[in-house]
Ligand binder design. Sequence first.
Ligand code: GLN
Length: 549
Amino acid sequence: MAATKYIFVTGGVSSSLGKGILSASLAKLLQARGYSVTIQKFDPYLNVDPGTMNPYEHGECYVTDDGAETDLDLGHYERFLNIPTSQANNVTTGQVYLSVIQKERKGDYLGKTVQVIPHITDEIKNRFQKLSKIGNYDIIITEIGGTVGDIESLPYVEALRQLRYEKGANNVMVIHLTYIPFLRGAGELKTKPTQHSVKTLLETGVQPDILVCRTEYPINKEIRRKLALFCNVKPNAVIEAIDVDTIYEVPIGMMKEELDKVVLARLKLPLKQEPNMEVWKEFLYKLRNYSTTVDIGLVGKYTELPDAYKSIHEAFIHAGTKNNCKVKLHYIPSDDLNAANIPEKLKGLHGILVAPGFGDRGIEGKIATIKYVRENNIPFFGICLGMQCAVIEWARNVLKIHNAHSREMDAKTQNAVIDIMEEQKSISTKGGTMRLGAHPCELQKGSLAYSIYNENMIMERHRHRYEFNNQFLEAFQKSGMKASGVNPISKLVEIIEIPSHPFFIGTQFHPELKSTVENPQPIFVKFVGACLAHAIEKPVAKEKVGVMA
Ligand code: GLN
């Protein structure tokens, strides 16, 4: 097999320009041309992983099959490429320093002074190339977090400079994502910030090969020519990335701009075939041409920050298109909800998802919501903490165990229907210590879960410390809440459902993490279908919808 080629994506001028989506879009096009491609992200912060960060700091923590707690961009990579990522796809400065310092303590550096260059940069270069040893990739795309010029990302840029020097410019290339602001007063698009940012990159010895320009307005030939001249790139290597209404449009925009062709020419690779984007285009067509809408409430704790629920949001987009409908997701803070206001607040919603989360803020609002949807036959889907709340609600209101709770919320509870796992009891450190990654789950024949997956055994990803307490299992099963999915090894309950309800399901795992454009997650698909059925049964005037997205 030919040597792996490397594409680095750096960012300039401003953060939040969408390096993750650009990387995923380019990877998609190269994959559609028949190349095997993967993407990795290098984050410049000192946390070992985002698992210990508050969602307000970092948005969702995305979990891979092998149990890595990673950046949410890995979710985009999986959703676009339809291939799994792993721990090796997300590296942080914290991990780099940790391993260098551990090597130093072992004496691996043989008495040398350990320095940023070459020790940290060598470690980074090894990690840049690690995936080529794990999988057979033709091309590895590396997204460098942050913006060029940041002190934090300097070692990454330096390592990339060295790698390009060592491997040659035909094997390592750099795409710089930048921003072309439109100045209203002057009525013009401005290239100067991009020129400055390329200059900053040049100061570190890195010449970008391609500029991808985020812009609100089309960039004309004159601007392309000017950018090419000032930034030492070819005019066809100035790519317009105009604002679009959905991230799923970006690969198509990049294809029109021929980004894939310019990249392959630069890497001296053949075009192979026209990009096969038929499935993608069909998805986009359905995304735009839906026949109906459905209103679903997402009851959670971090509702002012939709990035905290990124994968759930995207899974609903995939599931909506599969059902030929648009899902309007209404984010509802659970601490605003109580038994008295719930009928009003949830009016007009065709289904409710109670979100994952940690800690007791808003927990009673979630439990009261579940009571309401259970008693009113409104489709319900609980994920992780959402499932645990459904268990607490059933214990309190059906089994009449009034003080039932989760040990997470009440350490002294007499009736911990959700309890800490045995192996978690002795763990005191927080990072990477939850039950993480893919675990098997056996489905009960005849259950809703079985009808959704149509399989005996499934694998889904986890991120939690607490579990259904099996001491209560018999009482739950007898009273009508069934454990329809159980871990075959540990016997932990992974799915609960209420067969007498039109659609009521809770999962201890996070199904949203495996939803992709090509493979929408089946529980989401069936849940949206149930919400649609509920909407037809109980049509509601649009203006009655209580809470807006
Ligand atoms: N806080 C709960 C637990 O740790 C649920 C976690 C989650 O929703 N991801 O078990």
